[in-house]
Design a protein around this ligand. Structure first.
Ligand SMILES: [Zn+2]
Length: 122
């Protein structure tokens, strides 16, 4: 069975597709008809349908795929103090509530805990 319904119609010469329609004899389905969607030409059997054969190998190979996003780097960035729930900013200092010391927004630490709703703003 063909995987594609694309055809190069022998009647109208167009690239089209085939419409499968059940063929009834009385109330019994006796087969299918294959109709060109462009011109309505009916093919007697599926063997007569000029299916367009797959155009060679797929355009994209494994090597062409977009590299997986750098999830690790992203994680590292998310561990910055500025995204941590323990990070406190006031007009005088940036403060880590866990280590009870001054921190920089770009510091990282093992006690990092992502603040609810923290979004990277840059
Ligand atoms: Zn046609």
């Amino acid at each position: 069975m063909a995987s594609s319904t694309a055809i190069q119609c022998t009647a109208c010469g167009q690239e089209s597709w085939v419409l499968r329609e059940p063929l009834y004899e009385g109330f019994t389905k006796v087969g299918e008809t294959f109709v060109c969607a462009a011109c309505g030409h009916v093919y007697a059997s599926e063997d007569d349908v000029p299916y367009v054969v797959s155009r060679g190998p797929a355009l994209f190979t494994e090597a062409d795929r977009t590299p997986a996003p750098a999830v690790f780097a992203e994680d590292e960035q998310k561990r910055l103090c500025r995204y941590c729930r323990h990070y406190v900013v006031n007009p005088f200092t940036q403060w880590c509530g866990v280590h009870k010391r001054e921190v920089e927004a770009t510091d990282t630490c093992d006690q990092f805990s992502l603040r609810e709703g923290a979004e990277r703003s840059d």
